[in-house]
Design a protein around this ligand. Structure first.
Ligand SMILES: [Cu+2]
Length: 165
């Protein structure tokens, strides 16, 4: 008889306990739902965090771009080319693509200029002892002739080659 009562009591307590836990489990849920709107009200803080993230993304986006262009580091290259009837010295100039090129033409005898049609540039025509220059960015790869456009000087041998590699 007492054992039955004890068993019943244990069962009742067990059921009550399960019911209690079940009830407890439900209680925190509505509490949690009420907390979320509070977080939404505090949106300004997370917004700052997002802008910081955007900056980080931009910074990481710039890294690969700079690593993709090792060549465009602009180098200034200056050459002096002497000209006379009828030759240029040196007769070959080599630069890298992207270089900022300055060619100083020194006239050592005669009436001459230095033209580079491939880069649509050239010096003015100058006399013996004169000096002029051209400046341009070597943005296209290839071989470009420079020559004197006066009379038949070009055909007489007054020409050279600009190599952009
Ligand atoms: Cu000439």
């Amino acid at each position: 008889m007492n054992k039955r009562n004890i068993i019943i009591a244990v069962v009742v307590l067990a059921v009550a306990g399960v019911a209690y836990y079940a009830f407890q489990g439900e209680t925190p849920t509505p509490a949690g739902n009420q907390i979320e709107p509070v977080n939404i009200a505090g949106m300004p803080v997370p917004t700052d965090g997002e802008s910081v993230n955007e900056k980080v993304v931009n910074a990481s986006a710039q890294a690969p771009v700079s690593s993709d262009e090792p060549m465009p580091v602009p180098a200034k290259k200056e050459f002096t080319v002497s000209g006379q009837s009828f030759s240029f010295s040196p007769s070959t100039i080599t630069v890298n693509r992207g270089d900022k090129v300055k060619i100083v033409f020194k006239d050592q005898g005669g009436f001459h200029d230095l033209r580079i049609d491939g880069y649509n540039t050239g010096t003015q025509r100058i006399n013996t002892g004169g000096e002029a220059f051209v400046e341009f960015t070597a943005d296209r790869v290839g071989s470009f002739e420079y020559y004197c456009s006066v009379g038949s000087h070009r055909a007489s041998g007054m020409h050279g080659t600009l190599i952009v590699q």
